[in-house]
Design a protein around this ligand. Sequence first.
Ligand code: C2E
Ligand code: MG
Ligand code: MG
Length: 583
Amino acid sequence: MERVLGQLSLALVEHIRATGATQEQLLQESIEYFRGIADASPGVIWLTDPAGECIFVNHRWTEITGQDGQAAQGMGWLDRVHPEDRPAVERSFAEANAVKGCFRAEYRLLREDTDEVCWALDTASPRFSASNEYLGYIGAVTDVTERRLAEERALFLAYHDPLTGLANRRLLRDRLANDLAALRPGAGLALLCLDLDHFKAINDTLGHPAGDALLCEAAERLRSCAGPRDLVARLGGDEFAILAATEGEGRPEASLLAERALEALRRPYFLRGQPYVVSTSIGAVLAPRDGMLPDELVRHADIALYRAKRDGRDAARFFDCAMAEEAERRHGLRRSLTSALERNELSLRFQPLRRLSDRSVTGFEALLRWIPAGQKAVPPAEFIPLAEESGVIIPIGEWVLRQACQAAALWPDDVRVAVNLSPVQFRSPCLLAAVQEALADASLAPDRLELEVTESVLLQEDQANLDILCRLRGLGVRIVLDDFGTGYSSLAYLLRAPFDKIKVDRSFVAGLPGRRESKAIICAIAGLGRSLEIAVTAEGVETEAQLQTVGEMGCSEAQGALVGSPMTAGEAGALLAGMLSVA
Ligand code: C2E
Ligand code: MG
Ligand code: MG
């Protein structure tokens, strides 16, 4: 560098000699000469006098700060530095001065007439005269705004959800850990974990853009329910959380916050011009009462959330110790369920269905039973969801299919067997093959097998599952819509999917013969069945009066304690033999 400058100076001297200019002209020319060099620099070159006032900036200064170079003359350099960065820059100046060395620092420069800043990477050093007199500073600034913005964005994304702009799980965990560490005696924290009920149905029926719009709106509503110091986070999918500081144990404040959130999220969302109502389930924990470790609190909030969902959703539940024991028990059951098949702990019961016109047995529904070694039977309503969560429902479901087909192969040709299929089984690529194999191994005609599905199969993976249902029906098996009336009960599903039978949920039959509403609903479903040529079965028939009423309402078949309780395969065979011998 010095060699280059030396050569430039020599060239200048040569030039001056050749032109024979005056001293003044020479000085002016050399100033212009060096200004040209400074202006050609891609960065800002700046000089100050001993008082720290600016005596020179090149053109680049105006480009990056918007301030005219003339206006910059005489200003204090530190006055152009962002107030938050001033103390650090001042320290750098002092340190460089002390050692007569240079400093390198990154700081924000204020831009003219706007609130914006530009990020400067500055390399500066004090200048001294030949007699060691301090002359001020010379510095070279590179504009690193773009890099800093990209870094800030990356940092934001590392701690925030890009869709809603809310904090993410990582930031929530960090805040929780910090707040717990800084908790004053007598103060507390409340953590609410929220999950939108059946959000997947919105995504599946209206598409992902509508689902995203709903999530953004939900995030906005949660922000407005929470206090200014509370942290609202999106943990992923349709899961949100609120972390709030409380006084004392905090239960009343946390309950109020949960109520506010439930209320706000329950208001209709307008998607594609239509109102949609989505409820929410909340699991809540309080610190220090329910724990002082972040992971422990999150786990306890999840347990309380599970309880809120199990209790019918659209509610908040606060964690308690009994819930933890219950979760532990479920965990144990889920583990032992994975080897229940090998340990021969599973069996099937068969519940008869009768034709209402002549009360003959038309078929049996295969119902799974689990008696873990040394314990009492676990009800299907409890273990089927556990088997679904772990995925073990897939091998178990295949086993049920094989056993049910083999049992039915021993019955007369006009008696069918019905097998329940879980939505999780539709995710198995082997479902179709498993049905075919079970039929082939038992030499059972396909139309003697009925597969019972609930609406949830169509709510999830809508089109893919509909295709599977059509292909199953293509094998010749019959498709049954189970528990109709309990879920969304969308009539659209009845038309879209190839159902051979609808089973009216037992909650409607339970209201008979007295309840007018139950009668009206059963009547409507039976009427629809007749028009669509779909058989209609009434579930849970327990009394003669109910049996008579469902017949009058137009159902063709009944199932329930009155018609026959679930029985072993041997008992089912004996029932059929008795029936045959009577016939
Ligand atoms: P589901 O398919 O609706 O089965 C009918 C349920 O109603 C059975 O309960 C049956 O015992 C019960 N039930 C029958 N008649 C009456 C009655 O008159 N009154 C009352 N109160 N209940 C009656 P279960 O056996 O406890 O099964 C419960 C649910 O578990 C079934 O409901 C089904 O969704 C599921 N499930 C059972 N076996 C299997 C299986 O092999 N695979 C799958 N995926 N799910 C199964
Ligand atoms: Mg069923
Ligand atoms: Mg049912």
